[in-house]
Design a protein around this ligand. Structure first.
Ligand code: CMP
Length: 136
């Protein structure tokens, strides 16, 4: 039996603002992802730039960092079998227009920027991203 894995999830400002936090948390738990830790925070633009630095060469980087720091977010450690890939499946495609039915981004996403949630894209990045928010 494979061991439980952890991944990082962020509920982005657009979803926190629309009071979707509990609904989104319920979707994770109903899909076999346990919420091991959770915190609501408002990060600075510099912190967002550090978090998203893998995207620093992208044309949307500045806007992305402004957006993630524009209001409170909820960072969570999710745990379960194949948590990284399972979370990505539950979130749906980056652009809500392309997301499958019943995924979080299809249900709640507004645009490619305001796509309601972020999830780590690999186990290696999950470790880094969990440390970013949860290591003291
Ligand atoms: P996220 O999973 O948080 O990772 C990086 C984010 O960049 C992504 O979700 C989108 O919200 C945002 N983004 C904005 N424009 C683009 C784009 N053209 N391609 C991919 N991601 C984009």
């Amino acid at each position: 039996m494979s061991e439980a894995e952890q991944t990082l999830s962020i509920i982005k400002p657009d979803a926190v603002e629309r009071n979707l936090t509990e609904k989104i948390k319920d979707i994770f738990t109903q899909n076999n992802l346990k919420i091991k830790d959770s915190k609501k925070i408002h990060i600075t633009k510099d912190e967002a730039a550090e978090f998203y630095k893998v995207h620093q060469a992208k044309p949307f980087y500045n806007e992305l960092c402004s957006y993630l720091s524009s209001g409170p977010i909820v960072a969570m450690i999710l745990e379960g079998k194949d948590a990284v890939i399972l979370n990505r499946k539950i979130m749906g495609a980056t652009d809500p227009k392309n997301a499958e039915d019943n995924t979080i981004r299809k249900l709640f996403g507004i645009s490619i920027d305001k796509n309601s949630v972020h999830g780590s894209d690999s186990a290696e990045n999950a470790k880094k991203e969990i440390d970013f928010f949860f290591k003291n």
